[in-house]
Write a protein that binds this ligand. Structure first.
Ligand code: ZN
Length: 364
């Protein structure tokens, strides 16, 4: 197996175009055509992680956070980022980073937190916009069924928990094939009228290449007439944070005890208790201050996230309980998520969970 195959598998879980624009995701170090000897999964790629990969004979590190973020102008080993890159290259170790691509996946970081907390009826807290596209195409009526089915198989027509969604209207299409054409129906130099179906179907931008391939492979015409549009609709399947319901309501102190136990934390920085039961829980792994208003708008009783600053705790405004449990702590189970996913998708292959400590923050 080559690195590219592992990457393709990871991109089924978190396509890279799910990532935020500011991010730096994908293969950061190494050659995608190299054979994989083993995979090491980590949250951060530090020097001790590269050393662990060497010791475990893993030449691919799948890292949640990207080690190269703002670019590298010199590689002299003067800081930890440069030393990691040098060490990885010296030992022919590739580094692949997923970061916000996995944050935005509905099976990613936040889905894992929801699973750990046993949240039910989960949904995306801040659904992405601009990622739902619409294809409209025109096809002879008798070919409409086969084309629709092919588009469904390629991943088009999924809306929330519904699949095979499309809209078809019948009408008359016209065209004239000119010299050099090889028309499926009609004659060269004559205007041809055909009973056609107009099919409209939505899909996620990440699947566009697959959808277009299915369109061209299953449409009988030499020239396929089609239109693509980006919709303003919110994507219910991609986005930051998640919200869900606790199995049973708890009072605030009871919930914090539960949170500490489930998320392995020793202390929680939090806003004022509001004296009410916790039922609806919003979560966002990593730095989540930007989502406080979304968590309030979602009527969550508590927002579990990290990296909140002093003034941001005021934003609770007695409407929500803010709980900052630490950046590493919110994302810690992401490693397990990736190891479980890869082990299931690539059985009988060496996929290891990194044992190196990478949390830079200590508690006294
Ligand atoms: Zn993070």
């Amino acid at each position: 197996m080559i690195i590219k195959q592992v990457i393709d598998t990871l991109e089924e879980l978190a396509p890279l175009n799910y990532a935020e624009d500011f991010d730096n995701v994908g293969l950061l170090v190494g050659n995608a055509n190299n054979k994989v000897s083993g995979i090491l999964v980590t949250l951060d790629t530090l020097e001790n992680v590269v050393e662990e990969a060497i010791a475990k004979k893993c030449n691919l590190i799948v890292s949640f956070h990207p080690i190269i973020f703002g670019g590298l102008k010199k590689i002299t080993g003067s800081n930890y980022v440069q030393r990691v890159v040098i060490k990885a290259i010296k030992h022919d170790i590739a580094i692949y980073s997923m970061h916000t691509a996995l944050d935005n996946s509905d099976k990613g970081v936040n889905a894992k937190i929801c699973e750990v907390l046993g949240l039910q009826n989960t949904s995306i807290l801040i659904p992405q916009t601009g990622t739902i596209r619409k294809l409209t195409t025109y096809v002879p009526k008798e070919n409409a069924d086969a084309l629709r089915t092919a588009l469904f198989h390629a991943g088009a027509g999924n809306i929330g928990n519904y699949s095979n969604c499309s809209f078809t209207v019948d009408g008359t299409g016209s065209y004239q094939a000119n010299a050099g054409a090889n028309p499926y129906l009609g004659k060269i130099g004559e205007t041809h009228y055909e009973d056609e179906s107009q099919i409209s179907i939505t899909y996620c931008r990440a699947n566009e290449q697959k959808i277009l391939k299915a369109l061209f492979n299953n449409h009988p015409y030499e020239e396929v007439a089609y239109e693509l549009q980006t919709l303003e609709n919110k994507n219910q399947n991609i986005g930051m944070g998640m919200v869900g319901i606790l199995e049973k309501p708890m009072d605030e102190e009871e919930f914090f005890g539960f949170l500490k136990e489930k998320m392995h934390v020793s202390c929680i920085r939090h806003s004022d208790f509001l004296g009410k039961k916790i039922k609806k829980v919003a979560v966002l792994g990593g730095s989540g201050s930007f989502a406080i208003s979304a968590a309030i708008a979602a009527n969550a009783d508590v927002f579990v996230t990290s990296d909140l600053k002093y003034h941001q705790f005021y934003e609770a405004e007695d409407k929500i309980l803010l709980a900052d449990i630490g950046h590493y702590e919110t994302e810690q189970f992401t490693k397990n998520l990736l190891v479980d996913y890869l082990t299931k998708k690539i059985p009988n292959f060496a996929v290891s969970l990194s044992e190196s400590k990478t949390n830079p923050i200590k508690y006294f």
